[in-house]
Ligand binder design. Structure first.
Ligand code: AMP
Ligand code: MG
Length: 410
């Protein structure tokens, strides 16, 4: 019988995963697809922006020297956005102008139409204007040569907007990791495909893992090998190794005789970094490396699979993307009652959170069985209890990983 050679602590396992994970190479991503990725280089302004003096309002461009209340003006041309006027503004003259229109030669102010007698070939000014009024200056937003976005910045909508103003159609970013997900288990049936026969269950893990990978910003695809047949698993993993940065399997990685994943990995040349972590839920976790591919063998129990993803795969994907700043928040929580831990290993306990006068009160979501998928829908955080201790006392601070950060702001 296959047994764990050596169980390692959670912190050691996390360290080994990160130590064996590299930042992915940079590539130029189309602007619209760069959201959520980290910039691999500084991005600089190619020109002053806005690129020309322009009007902030609809009205008339005038010489401020003429712009006393009661003065009359002759309208000699117009300057809508995108079409500069052909004429310039002389004494007593005005050019009709619209928001974004180029300030014509001779003019140094724009009077709002609301402060005049209205649109026409002539108008009278009702309110004096000062130099520069309603003029948006060239370069007032950014200056040519300025670093407008720093390397490492996460690209979000404002960064995309700023890059677009400078004409960037693509941005240099660390690319998305390609994750291939593979569930093993002859009992598994694809959800939606058909009803279950006796002994069968639906494959929930591969869908959960794909969703978790997408949540991080990775690309993820599923290959189907829902079987405990060694050849099928080998072929599927081989295929996965060719295209993936990260291969994630679920099931078949424990010590049962049908647990073929680890053996298959080793046969395919995956080098084991560790197998077996002293924590619950998810002790059988396997982590290995082959060339540039990282391999995670998650246990089949759905809660174990998802918690292992949270604790190990997610940080690895974030590191690959240069997004380590976006790790799950960690907070201190406390329990109202003593909490036992008889597992002899760290327990990542599913808890709900409530803000109280004393801080964050954690409560177990209920039974902590690793097959209880519904328990995860109730969990706001994972409280890290242990590793060797008998548990924690009421009121004692405990570290927790927050899964639903909206909870922190509620
Ligand atoms: P294993 O790790 O293969 O021994 O599986 C442990 C438990 O998790 C068994 O009850 C399996 O039926 C269940 N399981 C394995 N894979 C999946 C999956 N993809 N979706 C849901 N349950 C699974
Ligand atoms: Mg199995």
């Amino acid at each position: 019988m296959q047994l764990y050679e050596k169980l390692i602590e959670y912190t050691e396992a996390e360290r080994l995963v990160l130590e064996n994970t590299r930042l992915l190479p940079a590539e130029d991503a189309p602007l619209a697809l760069a959201r959520g990725l980290a910039l691999s280089e500084d991005v600089s302004a190619k020109f002053d922006s806005p690129p020309f003096d322009n009007s902030a309002v609809d009205g008339y461009a005038v010489r401020s020297a003429d712009a006393e209340a009661g003065n009359s003006f002759r309208v000699v041309d117009e300057a809508p956005a995108g079409r500069p006027a052909a004429k310039s503004v002389g004494e007593g003259e005005a050019i009709k102008i619209f928001t974004g229109g180029v300030i014509p030669g001779g003019a140094d102010a724009v009077v709002m139409v609301e402060n005049t007698t209205g649109w026409g070939e002539e108008f009278e000014l009702e309110k004096a204007a000062s130099p520069g009024q309603n003029v948006r200056r060239s370069g007032e937003d950014v200056r040519e040569g300025d670093v407008i976005l720093k390397r490492g910045t996460e690209v979000g909508p404002p960064e995309i907007a700023l890059a677009a103003t400078q004409g960037y159609g693509r941005l240099p970013v660390h690319r998305r990791p390609k994750v291939v997900v593979l569930s093993t288990g002859s009992e598994l049936v694809e959800p939606g495909a058909r009803d279950l026969a006796p002994g069968e269950i639906y494959d929930s893990n591969s869908f959960a893992i794909i969703a978790q990978a997408h949540e991080v910003g990775a690309e993820a695809r599923r290959i189907s090998a829902a079987s405990d047949d060694a050849d099928l698993i080998r072929n599927a993993v081989q295929e996965a190794l060719e295209t993936a940065d990260v291969v994630v399997t679920s099931g078949g990685v424990s010590v049962g005789e049908r647990d073929l994943v680890k053996g298959t990995m080793l046969e395919l040349g995956v080098e084991q970094v560790f197998w077996g972590v002293k924590f619950k839920p998810g002790k059988p976790l396997f982590f290995g490396v082959k060339g540039d591919v990282r391999f995670f063998g998650l246990p089949g129990n759905p809660v174990s699979a998802m918690v292992c993803f949270e604790l190990f795969v997610r940080p690895a994907l974030m590191k690959m993307m240069g997004r380590e700043d976006r790790r799950r928040p960690r907070i201190e929580v406390y329990f109202e009652e003593d909490v036992k831990n008889h597992f002899g290993r760290m327990h990542a306990m599913r808890v709900s959170l409530e803000r109280t006068q004393e801080g964050w009160l954690a409560r177990s979501v209920g039974a902590q069985g690793s097959g209880l998928v519904s328990s995860l829908t109730k969990a706001d955080a994972l409280a890290l209890i242990g590793p060797e201790s008998e548990g924690v006392r009421a009121g004692e601070p405990v570290e927790a990983i927050v899964l639903r950060d909206e909870k922190l702001f509620s």
